[in-house]
Design a protein around this ligand. Structure first.
Ligand code: FAD
Length: 485
């Protein structure tokens, strides 16, 4: 085993000390460790972190620095190109080893290849471990050696690989530091948090950092998992783990979540299985993005590139601001704006309304999510939007279009979610809450509500726009048949 005097641990989206393969590797192969974070957002272009993600990153870096200090170390922050920063730090500290956990997006893969070449040229070793996914995306293949495009067989193959997960590593008791700390910049200099305080709702909803992430896993394992199948589709209750931003920033690794939820009581087995399959969707998303790197910009199914989308700015803005006049959609978009997160069922409903009723390009919606979600993740976001638009791998068929009123009645039956996020409708009887435009005048009067004044009338006719979407999808997918017809 080679021993290096000094190793840099290059933290990226693995902002934790527990079960962090890069940190573990450095501890095993070097006598002194220098933890580093390089802020180089342009290297992730065109998908550099949005505003909500930057907020999270700021607090997560502060939390990581705090835990490193408790372990006798600290986080060195640099703002430069990754190559320049790492080379400079290696020179200053005498490091001959750089350890990181691999990322699989097109921009980060390209960047990491450049870094590897530059370090190589100086005789510095780059060790890229796997800590951000359960199984590296290149390892899961069909019998024919091709990538999977259908979820169920992918999940089966993934589970076989995941069963081989070895023991997790604990957080080290101490991180051997260097005698000479290289200089770094202050976190505030990265300007990740807003000057105007639009983040109060986000700050009230979330606490970034490894300690909270681990606590959330424990809480979920104790409580919500027992009713996950029934609860996961109800946006009005706390029925899911809300681990997505913690997983995105690697404050907890997928292996830790997988192992924690793999065992438990026999009664919870079916629930745990369902949860692990959702974690499997995250793996599937990373697998797809790795094998089809064009998909954040182009539909996986190329036939969908022919669809003509609307550029109606007024409608787009109504959707973004939660002013469409369709309560479940407005509740979701307002939850997103205020807290930086939206329930999965509602993500599907709002995405469906944007693409199938407002006929606005899924990429426009994906961009809005990208800027406003604290869990914005290129792989998951691309998969989610292409799934709803019907143009991705194993997606919903294009003719299956969500009816937001029926969805609302089914999944927010008592209207708790709508009332929480659209308070102007709170006094409306539940019967009309899902479609206030259908309420009789006296119900509106009693609720003190004038539609068009206190709450918008629907900006779109759900039935007509659905038919229009079907025509437009059909025209794109079956151009020959259309011409003949
Ligand atoms: P849980 O139900 O507790 O699931 C546990 C974990 O499994 C999640 O944290 C997540 O990492 C993973 N997971 C669950 N469902 C999915 C899914 N459908 N696809 C991929 N991974 C999943 N998720 C993101 O993390 N980032 C995004 O940018 C994102 N954009 C989305 C856009 C659209 C249009 C849609 C429909 C879904 C999107 N999702 C995204 C997936 C999903 O909505 C969230 O992962 C989930 O709501 C997070 O809540 P949770 O942690 O409580 O989930």
């Amino acid at each position: 085993m080679t021993t290096h005097a000094v190793a840099l641990v290059w933290f990226r989206r693995d902002l934790r000390l527990t079960d962090n393969p890069a940190l573990q590797h450095a501890l095993e192969h070097a006598r002194h460790i220098v933890p580093v974070y390089v802020h180089a957002p342009e290297e992730e272009a065109p998908w550099q972190a949005g505003a909500a993600s930057r907020w999270w990153l700021h607090h997560s870096l502060a939390a990581l620095d705090g835990s490193l200090r408790k372990h006798g170390s600290r986080l060195v922050l640099r703002q430069d190109s990754s190559t320049a920063a790492l080379l400079a730090l290696a020179k200053q500290t005498g490091a001959t080893l750089v350890c990181c956990n691999a990322l699989y997006e097109p921009a980060t893969l390209k960047r990491d290849a450049l870094v590897r070449r530059a370090l190589d040229a100086k005789g510095i070793e780059l060790a890229a471990l796997h800590g951000n996914v359960l199984v590296p995306p290149e390892r899961v293949k069909t019998a024919g050696g091709t990538p999977y495009r259908v979820f169920t067989p992918f999940l089966r193959a993934l589970q076989k690989e995941a069963a081989r997960i070895e023991k997790l590593s604990k957080a080290p008791r101490k991180i051997p530091s260097t005698t000479q700390w290289p200089d770094g910049i202050e976190l505030a200099r990265l300007e990740l948090i807003p000057l105007i305080a639009w983040d109060t709702g986000i700050a009230a909803a979330w606490k970034p950092g490894e300690a909270t992430a681990l606590q959330r896993v424990r809480q979920f394992e104790r409580r919500a998992i027992h009713g996950y199948i029934e609860g996961r589709d109800q946006p009005g209750i706390d029925g899911t783990s809300r681990l997505s931003p913690h997983l995105h920033f690697g404050e907890v690794g997928p292996r830790q979540v997988y192992v924690a939820l793999s065992s438990g009581s026999a009664q919870s087995e079916v629930q745990r299985k369902k949860f692990l399959s959702e974690l499997g969707w995250r793996e599937f998303a990373h697998h797809l993005l790795y094998h089809y790197p064009h998909t954040p910009e182009q539909p996986l199914d190329a036939r969908f590139a022919r669809i003509r989308w609307s550029r109606d700015k007024r409608r787009l803005e109504a959707w973004q601001r939660g002013r469409t006049g369709i309560p479940i959609v407005d509740a979701g978009m307002r939850e997103l704006w205020r807290t930086g997160w939206m329930h999965n069922r509602v993500r599907m409903i709002v995405a469906s309304l944007l693409t199938k009723n407002l006929h606005i390009d899924w990429r426009v919606g994906a961009r809005w999510f990208w800027d406003t979600l604290v869990d914005a993740d290129l792989a998951n976001n691309t998969l989610g939007w292409q799934w709803v638009a019907g143009c991705g791998a194993d997606a919903a068929p294009y003719f299956r279009i969500f009816n937001p009123v029926l969805q609302s009645q089914r999944f927010d039956t008592d209207g708790d979610y709508i009332r929480r996020h659209v308070p102007e409708l709170a006094r409306l009887p539940t019967r009309w809450l899902h479609e206030p435009w259908a309420a009789p005048p006296d119900a509106l009067r009693t609720a003190g509500l004038v539609l068009g004044r206190d709450y918008p009338l629907p900006i779109v006719d759900l039935k007509l726009s659905r038919e229009e979407a079907l025509r437009s999808y059909r025209a794109a997918l079956e151009p020959k048949r259309q011409r003949k017809g």
